[in-house]
Ligand binder design. Structure first.
Ligand code: ATP
Length: 408
């Protein structure tokens, strides 16, 4: 295959911007829905994953960018690859786009072997972070470019370009050049240029990263709505955990080239398997603990720096002498009444507020309890009085049902 740079541009396709070169003609003209716009991709046989990685590894010299990654993404899913810088997200996306080859393992797209397929023969399109629009072409010409290169009949080009521009709401910008577009508008053009090819899978490499926070949130909502309408599979790379939680049907959290945990946002957030997952996805209090009683049914006790805690759920294997507990700041209860009225027997602990940060909808506290610092987050409902101030004595409680036991 031709050599490619990190943005995905190949020498053989130097005249094309990255998003415009990975194309796939699905034969849309033969399908009746085509008359009303872009159509859902041809059905991948039921039960067959749209994207499948089987023990995929990629090394760059001494660096193992991907280490035996196995993953199945069903058709129509919004899947986010999430993880810190350098964990292998872009490497995996490039392997799926065909811009790079794995050292070992297999890639299947729509149930068909794809490891050795060149980019233009894959049913995928990529939207890169740097939209890489042609500056000398108008928006309409940018969107049409890939289809023109493939010599798609003129009438069909016009119809598909109009549909893609309507979907991404850029019709009013059709005759403008990229230099006269805002970041959000350029992002929409890049999306339209990818969608006009009617891919089965859309690969998105941090497509919103260059935008300011407000616009980013608005486009997140649009992106999600667009994916639902089209029903195509989105594989979205991001290092922004809030974005992944907000958009995804499922998230794959990568750590140093390995998939640490895969699941729906809520499952990952509420049931993190490891410290890494607990801390990467939102804030989390970690607490070392020692089981002290033989597990009985689904209630058992542990000894911690905060004293004895009762936990619910399946007990850990009996051979584990120490455990790490995790509890989210918003799950720690903060007593509103007089702390002295609460009793240890009910699980309430006395603490002292070290920090109190008002953030509008909620207040974030750092509370010292028996020498341990707990992060606590509490809503600011109307009429609840001012937030607790530093130095105040408060009562906190760790509800047993909110405490998780981590594997490491
Ligand atoms: P970021 O969020 O910063 O973009 P990422 O999760 O996308 O990071 P990758 O770009 O996939 O990470 O890189 C994974 C690892 O592989 C990193 O250590 C990176 O330096 C290395 N790497 C990636 N591409 C190459 C290359 N072409 N040559 C050498 N090393 C590479």
């Amino acid at each position: 295959m031709p050599s490619v740079d990190r943005q995905g541009r190949g020498r053989a396709a130097a005249a094309l911007p990255p998003g415009g070169r990975v194309c796939y003609d699905t034969g849309v003209a033969t399908r009746p829905e085509a008359a009303v716009g872009l159509v859902p991709p041809p059905a991948t046989p039921s039960g067959v994953a749209a994207v499948e990685c089987l023990a995929v590894s990629r090394r760059f010299g001494p660096v193992t960018a991907l280490d035996a990654v196995s993953l199945q993404v069903p058709r129509g899913e919004f899947f986010s690859l999430l993880g810190p810088s350098g964990c292998g997200k872009t490497t995996l996306l490039r392997l799926l786009a065909g811009l790079d080859r794995p050292d070992s393992g297999e890639i299947r797209l729509g149930g068909r072997p794809a490891t050795d397929l060149p980019p233009h023969r894959r049913p995928v399109n990529t939207v890169f972070q740097s939209y890489a629009l042609f500056p000398h072409l108008t928006v309409r010409e940018n969107v049409a470019f890939g289809l023109r290169m493939k010599r798609v009949p003129r009438a069909e080009v016009e119809r598909r370009v109009a549909a893609a521009m309507a979907l991404t709401r850029i019709e009013d910008l059709a005759e403008r050049r990229p230099a006269r577009l805002s970041g959000g508008q350029q992002q929409r053009v890049a999306l339209a240029r990818a969608l006009v090819n009617e891919p089965e899978v859309l690969l998105l490499d941090e497509p919103l990263a260059a935008l300011d926070a407000d616009l980013r949130r608005r486009l997140q909502t649009e992106l999600k709505a667009l994916q639902r309408r089209l029903g195509i599979t989105f594989i979205h790379v991001t290092h922004d955990q809030e974005e992944a939680l907000a958009l995804s049907d499922r998230i794959g959290l990568l750590r140093a080239g390995r998939l640490e945990q895969v699941g729906p946002p809520r499952a990952l957030y509420e049931h993190p398997r490891t410290r890494f997952v607990a801390e990467f996805l939102g804030a989390c209090n970690l607490l070392p603990a020692r089981p002290i009683a033989r597990p009985e049914a689904d209630r058992w006790r542990v000894e911690t720096e905060l004293g004895l805690l009762e936990l619910v759920g399946p007990p850990p294997p009996t051979d584990r002498e120490t455990l790490t507990l995790a509890i989210r700041p918003e799950h720690v209860e903060l007593a509103r009444g007089n702390p002295a009225a609460e009793t240890d027997a009910a699980g309430w602990l006395t603490g002292r507020v070290l920090e109190s940060v008002f953030t509008g909808a909620e207040t974030r506290y750092l509370i010292e309890v028996r020498g341990h610092r707990l992060r606590v987050q509490a809503p600011n409902p109307a009429g609840n009085g001012p937030p607790r101030a530093p130095g105040e004595t408060v009562s906190v409680r760790l509800p047993p049902e909110a405490v998780r036991v981590l594997e490491d």
